[in-house]
Design a protein. Structure first.
Length: 485
């Protein structure tokens, strides 16, 4: 009986091994089937990629050749430093011919993606649809920042309307044509009358155009885009007068309390001097009457001499009291005039508490002590209550910032003409930005962009988000869209 038990174990083991082999074989067959499926999918993907690349290469090959020794630029001229750079580049001895045109940004991006130009001047990034047009012909997009600037919304310094943060929608609603906003409480702040101002398009075209496009969403900003009671200034001193009553008036108003105190003192001095004069006159009348009585009563010579001396003393006292009163009265009148002027200035300054302007960041910096800027937030809260500064404007975090951009393609960057021009542009950019009262590139950003041109770093390719509403700067467009920010 022992033998059968041994035989039974061996048979079971054989059966188990046989089953395992069968299962292993099936598993291997399944793995081979899965591997074949993956390989087939990868092959299909590869063939699809190859076909797509062939289509791109075909489209790319259909693009016009860029003429050697020639560089073509198009786009905006409102917010750009390119004209100055072209003028400078032409003095470097380069043999490259630079053609600079001033069509709108929309047309320039179309030209870029059809291979007709090398660079686009713009104050906005390329849109998703414009980028897709480039991608369709095999063009990858690279964007260079040259400088930046921002719009600051501000009230007068040391004033308070009940809040310090506005959304871009609130700014737009406050300045737009037909705006119903006449009190800060309509924006959720204190019950303070609100009046708006800003630069004229004639004297300040850059900030006027930038505000109109960035905030009001107007493709071709004009006075008609603004509310009818918009205070337009041609000099920033006029803006300062609007927002704080004027620098001189503001200083006078600051001294109102002291002037009022001085007026009180001068009035008290005058009242006292007048009473002294009244008393001196009464004393003189009494002395004269007493002297006359002494003469009638035939007083002794000694007594009449005393009466006469009393009259003389009373006359001197009256004369002095009169002079003192006149002097006190003049001091009072002078103090009254100064205090009245201070009171008038104070009333003007107080009435300007709710006045608000927009200005270029460089103007704000010049008069920073006189202005209180609002923080700005986007309606979605993604950029929440951002304070305007060189850093937040340069990196684009501040919602009312605008960048001076030059956009190109990797195809154009292979051209020596393009690289040489951009290198010179970037090397001149900081001085040019300072001269134009813009914010210059930070050193780190400048270094990185130059390294894109030197080949030390691969340039960052632009991949914009999906367009919500495509901006346009075509004056004939019927749909002006929404604010860019």
């Amino acid at each position: 009986m022992t033998t059968p038990r041994r035989f039974g174990r061996s048979a079971a083991l054989v059966l188990a091994l046989s089953g395992a082999l069968v299962l292993t074989a099936c598993s291997q067959d399944e793995n081979r089937d899965a591997s074949d499926l993956v390989a087939d999918a990868q092959a299909q993907d590869y063939r699809a990629q190859q076909a797509a690349q062939q289509q791109i290469n075909k489209a790319n090959a259909a693009l016009p050749d860029r003429p050697a020794g020639q560089l073509d630029i198009d786009g905006t001229t409102t917010f750009s430093l390119t004209q100055d750079e072209v003028d400078h580049y032409n003095t470097t001895g380069s043999s490259t011919t630079v053609n600079l045109r001033s069509n709108n940004q929309d047309q320039a991006f179309q030209e870029l993606c059809s291979g007709k130009i090398d660079l686009v001047n713009s104050e906005r990034p390329i849109t998703r649809s414009e980028w897709e047009a480039c991608q369709a012909v095999g063009l990858d997009v690279v964007q260079f920042q040259i400088a930046s600037d921002g719009i600051v919304v501000a009230i007068k310094s040391e004033s308070d309307v009940g809040g310090d943060c506005l959304s871009t929608d609130q700014v737009q609603e406050t300045w737009r044509a037909g705006s119903p906003i006449v009190n800060w409480k309509q924006l959720g702040f204190d019950d303070v009358p609100l009046e708006v101002g800003g630069p004229s398009g004639r004297s300040f075209p850059v900030e006027f155009q930038t505000f109109g496009k960035t905030v009001l969403g107007s493709p071709a900003p004009s006075q008609t885009d603004l509310r009818s009671d918009y205070y337009s200034y041609d000099k920033f001193d006029q803006a300062r007068a609007f927002i704080n009553g004027g620098t001189r008036r503001a200083k006078i108003a600051q001294g109102y309390s002291e002037m009022a105190r001085q007026l009180g003192l001068r009035k008290s001095e005058m009242v006292t001097a007048k009473q002294v004069l009244v008393d001196a006159r009464l004393e003189l009348e009494t002395a004269l009457a007493e002297r006359a009585k002494g003469i009638r009563d035939k007083r002794s010579d000694a007594d009449q001499a005393k009466d006469a001396a009393r009259v003389d003393a009373a006359r001197l006292a009256r004369t002095k009291a009169s002079d003192d009163f006149q002097a006190a009265h003049k001091r009072f009148q002078k103090a009254q005039k100064i205090a009245t002027r201070a009171a008038d200035a104070k009333r003007v300054v107080e009435r300007s508490t709710g006045h608000v302007i927009y200005a270029r960041f460089s103007s704000y910096e010049l008069f920073e002590e006189e202005l209180r800027p609002f923080e700005i937030t986007t309606p979605d809260g993604h950029r929440n209550c951002v304070f305007p500064s060189q850093t937040t404007i340069s990196n684009g975090i501040y919602p009312l910032s605008t960048q001076v951009l030059v956009t190109t393609t990797t195809r154009s960057l292979e051209r020596d003409e393009v690289k040489d021009f951009l290198k010179d542009y970037l090397n001149q950019s900081q001085d040019a930005a300072n001269a134009a009262a813009m914010i210059a590139l930070p050193d780190e950003t400048l270094r990185l962009e130059l390294e894109w041109l030197d080949g030390r770093h691969q340039p960052v390719l632009v991949v914009p988000e999906e367009d919500e509403v495509e901006p346009t700067d075509d004056p004939d467009a019927t749909d002006v869209g929404t604010p860019a920010r």
